[in-house]
Design a protein around this ligand. Structure first.
Ligand code: BES
Ligand code: ZN
Ligand code: ZN
Length: 488
């Protein structure tokens, strides 16, 4: 059940609780009936994301205080987490009402969007396969009190509903077990989602991919009884400004293939190896609602990576869509093979920018941990726009080098390149591999292997699939400006 949001000037007649923002300093909201000293004595100082539930007064409603910290620090990214903390503290009530959208330092529209995202993302659960739904949050109705800022709150609320719905879509897909979500099923869902959101969808099957020369996705799929799918999505608003291509890694399940992964917990998370494709699909689903003016074309590259008698072997050579040949040295480095075809197809469309997003390397996770994605780029203008989008959405990225000196680590005796480098700089050699398929297209590559899932609930992140990159991609295309031409 998704959270439903409404906005109104005055409080609705009956709600389960009111969420009352309390700053760390200054006067308390009127009518609380307690003093700062009394609150401090029971451990509530208004620190950022602290919560305290006060019992209902006679004829009153339960009050949940949520700490804002110092209001001067209350940027939208902080407010999103404050709202998430409030949501977690209120999960037992069916409905709440709050003035949170009117208290932050950002503009009201951005604040309201952040508040909606905080509530919706903290309350999201994927419980399709749970018989006992008793432990799920009961909170499904959130009313934003607008004061005299009705129009701005409503506008931000609508945007927050669109972005958080997209994130929930992507999380649901990534949380779904691999046998419940094959490439074919994912493609069917993509078509339905596209149709409902003004996006054109074209699905390519195995024979068509073969015909198109997409040797990467065909090679990776070879060991699976499930056929591959590539889904091309196109959002073209009238009067579009700029053209962006998005490519998502959609490995429905990554066993490693013949280079089988060990049976450790990380292997069980490989149902999420399609998180990039899920983020891209989710992004496409939100563009019409957000009135995005950029022309966006997406490729979801979907297949399993499994071992069998027909699987791709070490030493095999694949010919990719752009005719480059690749010698396979490790079948577990499969993401780059399917992205190669997607990036080649994207490059053929001559976009103003191209982004790919992929759970690509354990090396990136080793370098940056689970709280940020790696970003590589061949274009400072695109990179800067990715960083700006990252800053606004709190989906952190850190730049890693596309260091061309390491290109020789990919040299092959028999083909144009191998699919893995040496033991060092694994995230960079993966990015250098992808770079072979983008030509001179302004491009950035997001490696989300680390933040694709979270171990625990924290702020707007929930345990399980995070849909990392979804809001970043939406923000990127929504604010996209053609990067300046590169100097020769
Ligand atoms: N899907 C994995 C990367 C991954 C690892 C994602 C952990 C999320 C969490 C990818 O296909 C992979 O297996 N990469 C290999 C590449 C290596 C064989 C060069 C890796 O990172 O070990
Ligand atoms: Zn792999
Ligand atoms: Zn993988």
């Amino acid at each position: 059940m998704r959270t439903q949001f409404t906005a109104s000037k005055s409080a609705p007649a009956k709600v389960g609780a009111v969420v009352i923002p309390v700053a760390a300093s200054g006067s308390l909201p009127s009518g609380l009936g307690v003093t700062r000293d009394q609150l401090a004595a029971i451990g509530f100082e208004g620190k950022c994301c602290q919560t305290l539930t006060l019992p209902a007064t006679e004829k009153g409603t339960v009050r949940v205080l949520v700490g804002l910290g110092e209001v001067r620090d209350l940027q939208p990214n902080v407010l999103r987490n404050v709202a998430a903390a409030a949501a977690r503290a209120c999960s037992r009530y069916e409905s709440v009402s709050t003035t949170l959208a009117t208290v932050g330092r950002g503009d009201t529209k951005t604040n309201a969007q952040a508040v909606v995202e905080g509530f919706a993302l903290a309350l999201h659960r994927w419980a399709e396969l749970k018989n006992d739904k008793g432990s799920l949050p009961k909170l499904t109705k959130v009313n934003l009190l607008t004061g005299d800022k009705g129009a701005a709150v409503k506008n931000g609320m609508e945007r927050g509903i669109a972005t958080s719905e997209a994130v929930c879509i992507a999380r649901d897909f990534a949380n779904t077990p691999p046998s419940h979500l094959t490439a074919r099923q994912f493609a069917d869902h993509a078509v339905a989602i596209a149709k409902a959101n003004g996006v054109k969808a074209t699905v390519y099957n195995r024979d068509q991919l073969q015909e198109m020369g997409c040797g990467g996705i065909i090679g990776v799929n070879q060991g699976s009884v499930e056929p591959p799918r590539m889904v091309k999505l196109e959002y073209k608003p009238t009067g579009a400004r700029g053209k962006v291509v998005l490519v998502g890694k959609g490995v429905m399940y990554d066993s490693g293939g013949i280079s089988l992964k060990p049976s450790d917990p990380s292997h069980a998370s490989m149902k999420m190896d399609m998180s990039g494709a899920a983020a891209v699909l989710a992004t496409m689903s939100a563009l019409r609602d957000l009135k995005v003016k950029t022309h966006v074309i997406a490729f979801l590259m979907c297949t399993d990576n499994l071992p069998s008698g027909s699987a791709m072997k070490l030493g095999d050579v694949l010919t990719m869509r752009n005719k480059k040949t690749v010698e396979i040295h490790n079948t577990d480095a499969e993401g780059r093979l399917i992205l190669a075809d997607g990036l080649s197809l994207g490059t053929e469309l001559k976009p103003d920018a191209m982004l790919d997003i992929a759970t690509l390397t354990g090396a990136c996770m080793g370098a940056l941990g689970k709280k940020m994605a790696g970003v590589f780029s061949n274009n400072p203008g695109v990179l800067e726009q990715v960083k700006q989008a990252s800053g606004r959405t709190d989906e952190l990225v850190w730049e890693l080098p596309l260091f061309h000196d390491y290109r020789n680590m990919l040299d092959s005796n028999v083909a144009d390149m191998r699919n893995i480098g040496g033991p060092l700089a694994g995230a960079t050699t993966a990015a250098l591999f992808l770079h072979e398929f983008v030509g001179s297209t302004p491009w950035a590559h997001l490696d989300i292997a680390g933040p694709m899932d979270a171990d625990a609930d924290a702020g707007w992140l929930n345990r399980g699939a995070t849909a990392y990159g979804t809001r970043l991609l939406i923000d990127f295309v929504a604010n996209f400006k053609k990067p300046a031409a590169r100097r020769k």
